[in-house]
Design a protein around this ligand. Structure first.
Ligand code: GRF
Length: 195
């Protein structure tokens, strides 16, 4: 059973999808910690309801980003966390976390990367007038949404779609794909290390 931490800053609908998959027995993972940087984020209530430990601090509470990340690493190590799942975490992961979790951090992004990295990917796609966008699950490296791609799902953007319509369609895809892809990653890792 993979011991994981989820990092999130917002509503936490992807966090919820992962919790639900664990509870349904379709994702072999134990969510040992939620890391959040926004004290008012709705995801904190979701974690409380699911009885999952929360660590919620802002980098402003620390001298610098490295000190902030070292504290997070300590929180992770004290719970034997093996794998980090970013689900709407609005910060770039820095070297202090990356070096402790090589190839063990994944992210979900609401566009077909490498198109539209960074903030407001849905707005960027709509402004560009594309008819197809989607979501990407990828490994995290030091760049902004630049790590190796693991999975992508396309969704159509219709002429009279609002931003909300597109976001809803992308999130529906995310909630189905993220738990499935995590399960595949964790099962593959187990198979690969078997004698
Ligand atoms: C998701 O759309 C994800 O792609 C992006 O942030 C959003 C988080 O939504 N990285 P939620 O907090 O999981 O509802």
């Amino acid at each position: 059973m993979k011991k994981i931490a989820v990092f999130a800053s917002g509503s936490g609908s992807n966090f919820q999808a992962i919790v639900d998959a664990v509870n349904a027995g379709t994702l072999d993972a134990e969510i040992r910690l939620l890391v959040c940087d926004q004290p008012s984020a709705a995801v904190l209530q979701r974690a409380q309801q699911a009885r999952i430990d929360r660590f919620c601090k802002s980098p402003k509470d620390f001298v610098d980003k490295t000190a902030f990340e070292k504290e997070i690493v300590q929180q992770l190590k004290s719970r034997d966390i093996e794998f980090i799942v970013l689900a709407g975490y609005m910060r770039l992961i820095g070297i202090a976390i990356l070096k402790e979790y090589p190839e063990s951090i994944v992210n979900i992004h609401p566009s077909l990367l490498p198109a539209f990295p960074g903030k407001d990917a849905i707005g960027q796609a709509m402004n560009a007038g594309v008819q197809v966008s989607g979501m990407t699950i990828h490994y995290v490296d030091a760049g902004m949404d630049t790590g190796p791609i693991i999975a992508q799902t396309e969704i159509q953007i219709h002429a009279n779609d609002s931003r909300d319509d597109v976001q809803k369609r992308i999130q529906q895809a995310e909630h189905i794909c993220y738990p499935k892809v995590l399960q595949e990653l964790f099962t593959k890792e187990t198979t690969n290390t078997a004698p």
